[in-house]
Design a protein. Structure first.
Length: 312
């Protein structure tokens, strides 16, 4: 047995039966490269959960989640050598990447079944302070679905880049998003309109706060997975310690009949791959694994405490 952890829980998506209601829309993702497809699925999952914590109605949640699934569909027409480039993009390449928003928007508008969800591709890179693209819109002009998907998109992009295997250290990512949501007011502003424009950051603080709750849910899920595994480890440790007790008694026994008895007890308790020669090594492996998992659980609880203190 081993602990099982998906970095994103699919529970919320299943609860809305989205697989049935969005079969056509999801089929569009089949043509995307594997990385972009997984990213799109992750962003949709996070978006769905953000909407729940923001107390959106069911209809909007389904709509916004569908927009999120399709947010990067325009990348179908971005050259792979640019889309999958490992190093930094040139200015020219970055301009090409940015066109995935307008391409995706046009794809949706040209397809009657996708048209209702065109806001996902079009607005997910707009920023509240007007520094986003493709149109450089400000807060009041950016639909809420675009603001929600942007937070989900940035979070997953950072998580994927850093290749998290656990939520330990995830607060560093959240702090980056907090910075994105903070206003950046220059020391001197020449025009009143510029001053007003800089009073808001790039991300919607309300959405970022909802993200904190989503991440805490994920951490608690990870803790529960590891805790179940520690229970399994504890059972195995106790079994092997019992075997070791029998071995000690066997070594102390003076009568051959007693020795045979304790040896038979040990054989009955061995599991596949274990024998008289290696069981002590297996026991130490289980003990080490148990202590390591307990340490991870402690660190994850500390992570939750830090997140609860974050302010945006």
């Amino acid at each position: 047995m081993k602990e099982e952890l998906n970095f994103y829980s699919k529970t919320n998506l299943k609860s809305y039966n989205l697989d049935d209601s969005m079969r056509y829309q999801l089929g569009m993702l089949d043509s995307l490269d594997a990385f972009t497809r997984v990213h799109s699925e992750n962003v949709a999952n996070i978006t769905c959960r953000l909407c729940e914590y923001m107390h959106m109605n069911t209809g909007f949640i389904i709509y916004c989640t569908t927009c999120a699934y399709l947010h990067d569909i325009g990348k179908l027409f971005i050259p792979p050598k640019i889309l999958q480039k490992n190093g930094p993009l040139t200015d020219e390449e970055y301009e090409i990447i940015k066109t995935h928003t307008t391409i995706g928007y046009k794809m949706c508008m040209d397809d009657p079944k996708l048209r209702p969800y065109a806001a996902g591709p079009k607005y997910h890179h707009e920023a509240l302070n007007g520094t986003g693209y493709p149109e450089g819109l400000f807060k009041k002009d950016i639909p809420i679905e675009g603001q929600i998907i942007r937070v989900a998109d940035e979070f997953d992009a950072i998580v994927s880049k850093r290749q998290y295997k656990t939520h330990i250290g995830i607060t560093d990512t959240l702090k980056l998003l907090i910075e994105e949501a903070q206003p950046t007011v220059p020391k001197s502003v020449a025009l009143k309109s510029m001053e007003e424009n800089t009073k808001i950051g790039k991300l919607n603080p309300r959405v970022v706060r909802a993200l904190f709750k989503v991440v805490i849910d994920d951490i608690n899920y990870e803790i529960s997975c590891i805790f179940e595994y520690t229970k399994y480890l504890d059972t195995q440790i106790k079994r092997l310690e019992k075997i070791n007790d029998y071995n000690i008694k066997k070594e102390k026994a003076k009568k051959e009949k007693k020795k045979k008895y304790f040896e038979a007890c040990m054989k009955l308790m061995f599991e596949k791959g274990e024998d008289f020669r290696n069981y002590k090594y297996v026991l130490e492996e289980y003990r080490t694994a148990y202590l390591k998992r307990k340490e991870i659980i402690d660190n994850l609880f500390d992570e939750i405490k830090i997140i609860k203190k974050l302010r945006v």
